[in-house]
Design a protein around this ligand. Structure first.
Ligand code: GCV
Length: 678
């Protein structure tokens, strides 16, 4: 029988029967015993009921009184005597308030499975983990799993506007129905929270960083509070982007100067109002003095003055301020890549303890490939969160199949050398360099009202991968791809292998046909199509020519010690490596070095020829993706198969366009022929 048609709405929570293991599952899972009376325990029971019915093809009865063979026991020491009697105090004390333990043990001589945690949210995460094991067909009769998240804050960033549009959203209009809230609650709100909680995401910033001040108006906050109430049982806390000039726009003040007493009072009162409506409000995210947004520099103050103003207003309520480092004022340095580091390292030590700096993975802007941002590891006294982007703004949007798990793994494994070799970005993020500090990671994800949430079925994998990596930044991208494929498409081993392979190579494929060898920003305003000739924009650093600097002599941005010295922002071993033409990884070559067209690459090819080969390879690889997907017809349900196939056709056509247009344009400088592929 061909697989049943699906539309992608259920994401990775389809709970499809897992294949051969089902017989064992039916033996091991005969009844459910969930303790607790909280709303979280309620959604947990519901989730288990829903999942078991379809996974096992039969409902599993709940029994709160009796333990028998095959009972799934879920609870905390506070709400379950069974858990208390296990005497796992030592183990539980090591997992904090969000971790969990899953073990196969005997209780009163009955073989049972226990999911234990210190809090109900911990048990919810444990339950989703357990369900992941079932969904991916893992054995469950000898479990001994202990997990706790490596990072405290794991947040979605939505770039949604109050009018329902989404900046850089490729999957329809905003999920948040402001016209209907607070009275009418779309069922999608809870489904969104389930999806987030299932991968450990514990908060969402629901509006655009280019923030409309009206988001903080009282009538709007009531709507926000209704959403927050839906998400609370799932442990997804509400955050908002604040417009720094809100005291002027909303409060009618003459200034938003952070040192002005009326401004201080306004933010305090606003914070009190918000916490009156949303007692567990997480905090504000702020884009200040960037791309036209107001900020403290508008009033001659520093980013620290601005962040501390808001931090003080939220501190009595235990809220946090997340201040973006995505700033690039031209008066700081001619090179956009250097500006954030210069501005923020100067201020290290001046921020309140409830302020974190949110830094994009690279120093320009979510490019297909960037070296890690030099701010990771450089702030000694200020927590730094990573900002990554699942929405594929520069990576084919919802039209190209690009799995970003590999991009993020490359970023997280990058060694900053901040405290000697091995100081990887993931360790910096997890606070291992400065224990005790606030830790976090966020993703600009932008799901929308499209039935499948993300536009492209495979873009769902990027939302999923973000959650998994924010929980454990050391998880291999390949493992995540496999889990996701099994839950989203099928557990059939051969098909899983094929899809996982497609995903794992897809980012490099995209880099090859768009911006290989360290090239970047060769786009125009839509950030989609090739525009290497783009030399006119409101600012030079929004053009393409500013970055590739192609001429008859060569191509690339000289950021070496002989150039604009951007390499010096990295710690010495890394600086030396990037600076040295021979040691700089060729994937970053033209990011750091300006090379002649006949520069000899490690392969022995001339740079021009290598460039041509990379583009050619990318086009071939894109066509290969399409061919492989075609071979899965009948193995994937027809609707999703067709929808992905339609997009792959666009991807192949676009890849060809990229190759032709880029090589025609650069060929005008290199004056060299395009070599025939070998
Ligand atoms: C939300 C880039 C994008 C903008 C985005 C900005 C940011 O410039 O093109 O759409 O604004 O980054 O991250 O603030």
């Amino acid at each position: 029988m061909p697989p049943m048609e699906e539309d992608g709405y259920k994401l990775w929570l389809r709970y499809a029967p897992p294949g051969d293991e089902i017989k064992n599952y039916r033996k091991t899972l005969r009844q459910i015993r969930v303790s607790g009376t909280s709303a979280t325990a309620g959604v947990l029971r519901e989730e288990l009921g829903r999942a078991m019915a379809t996974l096992l093809g039969t409902s599993v009865p709940s029994n709160d009184q009796v333990t028998q063979d095959g009972t799934l026991v879920v609870g905390t020491p506070a709400n379950s005597t069974l858990i208390r009697d296990l005497n796992w105090e030592m183990d539980l004390s090591a997992i904090g308030d969000q971790g969990f333990i899953i073990r196969s043990v005997a209780i009163e001589n009955h073989p049972v499975t226990v999911i234990a945690a210190n809090t109900d949210i911990g048990t919810l995460y444990g339950t989703f983990h357990f369900l992941r094991l079932l969904q991916t067909g893992q054995p469950i009769n000898r479990l001994d799993i202990t997990e706790r998240p490596a990072l405290q804050l794991r947040l979605m960033n939505h770039w949604d506007n109050p009018d329902g549009t989404i900046e850089r959203g490729y999957a329809g209009r905003s999920l948040w129905q402001w016209d209907e809230l607070p009275d009418k609650l779309s069922p999608r709100y809870a489904d969104y929270a389930r999806a987030c909680a299932s991968i450990g995401i514990n908060g969402a910033v629901i509006n655009n960083v280019n923030a409309d001040p009206r988001m903080l108006a009282t009538d709007h906050l009531r709507k926000v509070a209704a959403l927050a109430a839906v998400w609370r049982p799932y442990g997804v806390r509400m955050y908002l982007c604040a417009n720094f000039a809100a005291p002027v726009h909303l409060g009618g003040l003459a200034t938003a100067d952070p040192l002005d007493k009326n401004v201080v009072d306004w933010w305090k009162a606003k914070a009190d109002e918000i916490y009156g409506l949303i007692p567990d409000f997480g905090g504000f995210l702020v884009k200040a003095n960037s791309e036209g947004q107001p900020g403290p520099k508008t009033y001659g103050r520093t980013h620290a003055d601005g962040a501390n103003l808001l931090a003080d207003a939220l501190a009595p309520h235990q809220g946090n301020i997340i201040w973006r480092a995505f700033v690039y004022d031209e008066d700081v340095d001619p090179d956009r890549a250097k500006r954030a580091y210069i501005e923020f390292t100067k201020l290290d030590g001046q921020f309140r303890s409830n302020v974190a700096i949110q830094v994009k993975n690279g120093a320009i802007d979510f490019q297909p490939r960037e070296p890690f941002h030099p701010l990771f590891g450089a702030m000694k006294q200020t927590p730094v969160f990573a900002e990554i982007q699942a929405t594929q703004e520069y990576l084919g949007q919802a039209k190209h199949l690009v799995y970003l798990g590999t991009l993020w793994q490359e970023f997280l494994e990058s060694d900053t050398c901040a405290k000697g070799a091995g100081s990887t970005v993931s360790k910096v993020l997890a606070g291992e360099m400065q224990p005790g500090q606030l830790t976090g990671m966020v993703s600009v994800t932008n799901p929308g009202l499209d039935t499948n949430w993300c536009g492209h079925h495979f873009s769902q994998a990027n939302w999923y991968a973000f959650g998994r990596l924010a929980w454990n930044p050391q998880l291999p991208a390949e493992k995540i791809a496999e889990e996701w494929t099994r839950m989203t498409f099928t557990n059939a081993a051969q098909t899983v292998r094929v899809i996982r392979g497609m995903m794992m190579g897809s980012r490099e494929t995209y880099v090859n046909y768009t911006m290989p060898l360290g090239l970047h920003h060769m786009i125009g305003g839509n950030h989609y199509a090739p525009q290497p000739w783009n030399d006119r924009a409101p600012r030079p650093d929004w053009t393409a020519v500013y970055y590739h600097k192609a001429s008859a002599e060569g191509i690339g941005y000289d950021r070496t010690k002989q150039g604009d010295r951007a390499v010096e922002q990295y710690f010495p071993p890394i600086c030396k490596m990037f600076d040295d033409l021979k040691r700089c990884p060729e994937m970053y070559l033209l990011w750091f070095h300006r090379c002649a067209w006949d520069y000899r690459m490690k392969s022995g090819n001339l740079l021009w020829d290598e460039l041509c080969l990379k583009y050619g390879e990318g086009v071939k690889q894109a066509a290969e993706l399409q061919r492989i997907w075609q071979s899965l017809a009948g193995k994937i349900d027809a609707r999703r198969h067709q929808e992905v196939a339609d997009r792959l056709a666009i991807q192949v056509a676009d890849a060809t366009k990229w190759r032709e247009q880029i090589l025609a344009y650069f060929g005008g400088f290199s004056k060299r022929p395009v070599p025939k592929p070998s």
